[in-house]
Write a protein of this length. Structure first.
Lengths: 110, 111
């Protein structure tokens, strides 16, 4: 089986930085995804990490350490529209199945 | 390209009724998936398919059935609806490169 853990909820101020951690335990690891999901909408792709290190994409960055089973998503210069749930998901090579964590709801306050 | 299209968007079922959630993709993706998402939770995999004619169970398959007769379509069938199946259902597809494309979801309530 797979365990994917991430905090349930985080609150931050507009313009600040928030880091969402995700830890996982899985065999046959083939990559880690981060998705953003606004209330009542479908998840949308943010990032994909398969090698160790930091991937930067504008205000969003994602980090992976395969040896530690750890990833984080960093949101910089927070905007009100960043209030959403952020889903960490791990993919295994077999079957190309994504397994999701429970999601972290981020609330951005003025 | 329409991407992944799900119908209906909303449905209320009575206990014991049956229904089919439709999912169609026009991207010629081999891999297709059905997930359910309960309030405030992550997504759980119900069934998936790696190509036409091939389906397999995910984490929570009980109470559901699927078929994949074409590359485009991957319907999900509920035979005897139960309150525990009240959820939002997402269909998704993938080519094998990174990134899933999700449909807009079907919000199902069983009363």
């Amino acid at each position: 089986g797979q365990n994917i853990d991430q905090p349930t909820e985080m609150t931050a101020t507009e313009g600040a930085i928030v880091q969402i951690n995700c830890t996982y335990q899985t065999s046959g690891f083939n990559g880690l995804f981060w998705y953003q999901q606004h209330a009542g909408e479908a998840p949308t792709f943010l990032s994909y990490n398969v090698l160790d290190g930091l991937e930067e994409k504008g205000r969003f960055s994602s980090f992976l350490s395969r040896s530690k089973g750890y990833s984080y998503l960093l949101l910089k210069e927070l905007q009100m529209k960043d209030s959403a749930s952020y889903l960490c998901a791990v993919i295994k090579a077999a079957g190309n199945k994504l397994t999701f964590g429970g999601g972290t709801r981020v609330l951005v306050k003025p | 390209n329409a991407g992944v299209t799900q119908t209906p968007k909303f449905r209320i079922l009575k206990i014991g009724q049956s229904m089919t959630l439709q999912c169609t993709q026009d991207m010629n993706h081999n891999y297709m998936y059905w997930y359910r998402q309960d309030p405030g939770m992550g997504l759980k995999l119900i069934y998936y398919s790696v190509g036409a004619g091939i389906t397999d169970k995910g984490e929570v398959p009980n109470g559901y059935n699927v078929s994949r007769s074409t590359t485009e379509d991957f319907p999900l069938r509920l035979e005897l609806a139960a309150p525990s199946q009240t959820s939002v259902y997402f269909c998704a597809s993938r080519t094998g490169d990174y990134g899933y494309t999700f449909g807009s979801g079907t919000r199902l309530t069983v009363v």
